[in-house]
Write a protein that binds this ligand. Structure first.
Ligand code: FES
Length: 119
């Protein structure tokens, strides 16, 4: 299972609404995804392209996805997190990803290398 980190601090420029859009995104995702590990975090350092999530799992590539709207992109995030969870290495097939994810992937980060114990 992949972990979905959701920035709950995200707010769009000029949007003073409370709860913040990031918190609304986290709440909406949490309500619809009992099968996923969803964790709130504060700031994924993608503030100018918020809202932001990161999808990660041990031994897999991590994806950062931005420009998410809590009212428009919940299904996109859930679909991508499930694709990531089902993949062997986190590298999902590009054309199977939701369009929003294809167009708003901010970065991907390779899995941590396995630490070799000294012999
Ligand atoms: S406040 Fe959400 S990425 Fe910085």
């Amino acid at each position: 299972m992949s972990t979905l980190f959701v920035c709950v601090s995200c707010r769009r420029e000029g949007d003073p609404s409370e709860p913040r859009p990031g918190a609304r995104l986290f709440a909406a995702l949490s309500q619809q995804a009992a099968d996923l590990d969803i964790q709130p975090v504060e700031c994924l350092s993608n503030c100018t392209r918020s809202c932001t999530v990161a999808v990660a799992a041990p031994g897999k590539w991590t994806y950062i996805v931005g420009n998410l709207d809590p009212e428009q992109n919940v299904d996109d995030v859930l679909q991508f997190a499930r694709l990531h969870g089902a993949s062997a290495d986190g590298l999902t097939v590009w054309r199977e990803r939701p369009v929003h994810v294809r167009k708003n992937t901010i970065a991907r980060v390779p899995p941590m290398p396995t630490v070799k114990e000294p012999s």
